[in-house]
Design a protein around this ligand. Structure first.
Ligand code: PLP
Length: 368
């Protein structure tokens, strides 16, 4: 039995009729860019996260850039973010013209460490980007208290955490705004690129709606500089259908994580993920740690089990960050995490039998 890393075909098969007719409707009504279907999706997405405004856009990177742009964060400003994240979090800061300030993550949960954030605040700091990495919310209560005390904007990078929650409150409304990605492999995935911002701030939502549409409040009346960050109608149609299933899919991911936790228990040399008490982790990725990570990945591959690396190189060691003086050795914890993590197959349709096989293979490796 082979175990793929993700299986987008399995999900499509389960909703084929609904998806095909939703796409067909767009071909017929020709609402190819934004339009009523995209607006309905925005409403459903906002409602699911109990946040009043959703501004859809072309992808998650645009969503994060849109937030910083609309907040007026730019040249001379510093934005604090974790070094352990996908590169796009830092890219959004660069696109806004601001300076990325990278910090360590918490050793157990891999989310930004509030103590490291506190130590990195300078008079130039304007915002903190909290990444809900792998589907687990960052420590938002601590970050919110810190940002409020220092007058900083708190932005959520929620690209991997659709419908995750803290003590029953969905992510998306803890800071000034939250950016989401609908890249196909995400917990809520488009059939192409897609992204969105959630915010409680009506004026900010209005500004973002203008920026994403060439700065227009009214056709051909350009109020501000903008860009073309609009969502396509077909993606809105796909996402509207998928919204009906997101809770079931998130529950399936959480169930699969429990199977992994159970079958991995007692394997020496393996560290399973740690979910914070009271937090709803939606397991975009299921990450384990092993000091023999590279050998383990090879062993799994030889037995038909796919695995991944999220991410092999910390942001502070990526080439474009050298201009800020970052180098290897600056963040020992993040560097060690990146050397030891491996992502196991994780998607809603994954079966208990497949998970048991993955875990037995890992057990066999560690017995050798
Ligand atoms: C944490 C994080 N931030 C931002 C992004 C950017 O999203 P997109 O690929 O849709 O631009 C991603 C997507 O991979 C991500 O994982």
């Amino acid at each position: 039995m082979k175990v793929p890393f993700v299986d987008l075909k399995a999900q499509y098969s389960s909703i084929k009729t609904e998806i095909d007719s939703a796409i067909q409707a767009i071909l017929t009504n020709t609402e190819f860019v934004t339009g009523p279907t995209v607006a309905r999706f925005e409403e459903a997405f906002a409602k699911a996260h109990k946040v009043p405004h959703c501004v859809s856009c072309g992808n998650g990177t645009q969503a994060l850039h849109l937030i910083l742009w609309a907040l007026g964060i730019g040249r001379g400003d510093e934005v604090i973010l974790p070094s352990h994240t996908f590169f796009a979090t830092a890219e959004a800061v660069h696109l806004a013209g601001a300076t990325p300030v990278l910090v360590e993550v918490d050793e157990k949960t891999y989310t930004i460490d509030p103590a490291a954030v506190k130590a990195a605040i300078t008079p130039k700091t304007k915002a903190v980007m909290a990444v809900h990495l792998y589907g687990q919310p960052a420590d938002m209560p601590a970050l919110k208290a810190l940002c409020d005390a220092h007058g900083l904007q708190l932005v959520e990078d929620a690209a991997q955490a659709h419908t995750a929650a803290i003590e029953g409150t969905p992510i998306g409304g803890f800071g000034v705004a939250a950016g989401f990605s609908f890249y196909p492999g995400k917990n809520l995935g488009a059939y192409g690129e897609g992204g969105a911002v959630l915010t409680r701030d009506e004026d900010l939502a209005k500004t973002m709606r203008m920026i994403r549409d060439h700065g227009m409040a009214q056709k051909y009346h350009h109020q501000v500089w903008g860009h073309n960050y609009r969502m396509e109608g077909i993606q809105g149609a796909v996402l509207e259908v998928k919204m009906k299933h997101i809770d079931a899919w998130s529950d399936a991911r959480r169930r699969n994580a429990l199977y992994y936790d159970e079958y991995l228990r007692g394997i020496p040399g393996i560290q399973a993920p740690v979910a914070r008490e009271g937090y709803r982790h939606v397991y975009h990725l299921y990450i384990i740690r092993s000091e023999r990570r590279d050998e383990l990945m090879e062993f799994l591959k030889e037995r038909g089990i796919a695995s991944g690396l999220h991410y092999p190189i910390p942001v502070h060691m990526q080439a474009p960050l050298a201009e800020f003086g970052y180098k290897q050795g600056d963040m020992p914890l993040t560097e060690r995490i990146c050397d030891e993590i491996v992502s196991l197959p994780m998607y809603p349709e994954l079966t208990e039998e497949q998970i048991r096989l993955v875990c037995e293979t890992i057990r066999e490796f560690h017995a050798s």
